[in-house]
Design a protein around this ligand. Structure first.
Ligand SMILES: Nc1ncnc2c1ncn2[C@@H]1O[C@H](COP(=O)(O)OP(=O)(O)OP(=O)(O)O)[C@@H](O)[C@H]1O
Ligand SMILES: [Mg+2]
Length: 291
């Protein structure tokens, strides 16, 4: 069997295996989606980055978005964050159209965007002041301490961003979002600049902070990644975007793996292997970009 035939077979196997499962929608069967992206198009002048994007995310879901560079992943996240508005269509949070940023959402940007004149600690505290102005100084200090410890920056809290490595800067951005613990956490390739050990540690911390359908804390995560293994390990569903211009959602993949997931066991799980083969086929062949 040639490699492409083997991949096609695995792809068919993946589809056959997940159609036997109840859909995520049936699993949650809520009345109102946590996030509803309704026919969203975003044009930049004559360039149409996103065209007619539709996506429903149910309360408690962990969703990752994957797609080739330039397809519009950050554009979509910015729209959900309320930092940008669609050219047409709308994005709703629990049935209300998003008009701007809010404390219910926090974003870790692809380029970290730290305040360069402030220390690591002040950067985290500043994010808390903006998102949760009702907190007391003691509450803010406590949340900052906890977030700095989680990301391993406690010893570096007095440094300015210019004195940090790339990975440390990225961890400050993650600490800010972890400290705020928004209802919806938006992550734009948050672990891209990290070494494998730090990355897997922070993935597990993120899963700990994600409360799912329980009350309080981070209920939903919407995360952009380029890493197929990361997407499978973390998500309930994976959104695969087509290439731009006029990018849209190519396919939404269910991740049929029970939690808690164990990395070592996953790599031998047939469901994991089928899904990974399908994603490689999608990104490497179906949606391949010319070089
Ligand atoms: N402010 C802007 N003005 C004009 N074009 C833009 C603007 N922002 C994004 N674009 C274009 O829209 C498309 C999508 O950009 P976006 O940053 O969302 O891609 P991405 O999927 O996040 O890519 P990457 O994986 O490289 O981060 C790109 O072609 C980009 O050039
Ligand atoms: Mg991007």
């Amino acid at each position: 069997m040639s490699e492409s035939v083997a991949t096609e077979t695995l792809t068919a196997d993946y589809h056959a295996s997940v159609t036997a499962l109840p859909r995520s929608l049936a699993r949650h069967s809520p009345k109102t989606p946590a996030l509803d992206v309704l026919g969203v198009t975003r044009q930049y002048g004559a360039y149409t980055a996103l065209q007619d994007v539709n996506l429903q995310i149910w309360p408690g879901e962990f969703i990752t978005i994957i797609g080739h560079s330039g397809c519009g992943k950050s554009t979509l996240l910015n729209l959900v964050a309320g930092l940008d508005r669609p050219s047409s269509g709308s994005v709703q949070l629990y049935g209300r159209t998003i008009q701007g940023p809010g404390p219910d959402r926090a974003m870790v940007f692809q380029n970290y965007s730290l305040l360069p004149w402030m220390s690591v600690r002040q950067n985290v505290e500043e994010a808390l002041k903006a998102a949760l102005p009702g907190q007391t100084a003691a509450q803010r200090a406590g949340a900052t301490d906890q977030a700095l410890r989680l990301v391993g920056l406690w010893p570096h809290q007095a440094k300015r961003p210019s004195a940090l490595s790339g990975g440390q800067r990225q961890r400050v951005a993650i600490a800010r979002a972890f400290a705020v613990q928004p209802q919806v956490l938006l992550l734009d390739e948050p672990f891209g600049a990290l070494d494998a050990i730090t990355k897997s540690h922070l993935q597990d911390e993120l899963l700990e902070l994600w409360t799912g359908e329980a009350e309080g804390g981070i209920a939903n995560v919407l995360m952009v990644t380029h890493d197929i293994d990361e997407a499978i390990y973390l998500s309930d569903r994976i959104v695969v975007m087509s290439n731009g211009p006029r990018a849209h959602i190519h396919e939404v993949l269910d991740v049929p793996l029970p939690r808690p997931r164990e990395r070592a066991a996953l790599v031998q799980d047939p469901a994991y292997l089928r899904l990974k083969a399908h994603m490689l086929h999608l990104l490497g062949t179906v949606l391949a970009t010319p070089h």
